[in-house]
Write a protein that binds this ligand. Sequence first.
Ligand SMILES: Nc1ncnc2c1ncn2[C@@H]1O[C@H](COP(=O)(O)OP(=O)(O)OP(=O)(O)O)[C@@H](O)[C@H]1O
Ligand SMILES: [Mg+2]
Length: 206
Amino acid sequence: MLFDVNNVCFTVRNTQILDNVNLHVEAGQSLLLLGPSGSGKTSLLNILAGLSQPGSGEVKYNDQIYAALSQSELDRLRANNFGFVFQKLLLIGHLSVEQNIGLSQSKADHQRIKNLVDDLGLSGKEKQKARDLSVGEAQRVAIARAVVHNPTVIFADEPTSALDDINAEKVMNLIFDQAKKSGATVVAATHDARIKGMFDNILEIA
Ligand SMILES: Nc1ncnc2c1ncn2[C@@H]1O[C@H](COP(=O)(O)OP(=O)(O)OP(=O)(O)O)[C@@H](O)[C@H]1O
Ligand SMILES: [Mg+2]
């Protein structure tokens, strides 16, 4: 079992955001968290990724219970297994495309970065500063950065909500292509029902 979530509740300032979420995702199966703005998708994504803790309930990744891990064990699990495409892309503006892609690596694998630059249509932009990229280019850099270490799970928060139909499909195909190449699975959160059909599992949250 890739993710096993049992009776997860999450409360922020006396407001219950997540009420008894149960979720069981097999290895290799993609997952979409679908719901309107403010329904708790990002909150649940962060809990699945071990970035935040639920108020109650249990989260397991590959039979490891997050709550039983020390902070450094959890940090290592996340660094080794997960890649993130955040809702706010979080590129470092004054660093170049290739520097941003290699950011999370202690030793940048130049060949891997070059392959990703080519794959994601960023050839020729390697040295360009992230702040000078178009939004679409910045998003592709964020995707490259998320997959550079061949994670098992690629988390993507609202990867398509600001895009038109054609670009939404393109971006999802890029994410799924990269996932397939490294045998990763995709966990995404969105209010964009257009991408529903691309996922094995859908959890609708209200
Ligand atoms: N750290 C926090 N402090 C205060 N409120 C929070 C915090 N985290 C989440 N919330 C609130 O919890 C609710 C759910 O937030 P969340 O970001 O999970 O929703 P979402 O479904 O991802 O929304 P969107 O589609 O707009 O990204 C929102 O009302 C938000 O304001
Ligand atoms: Mg969100």
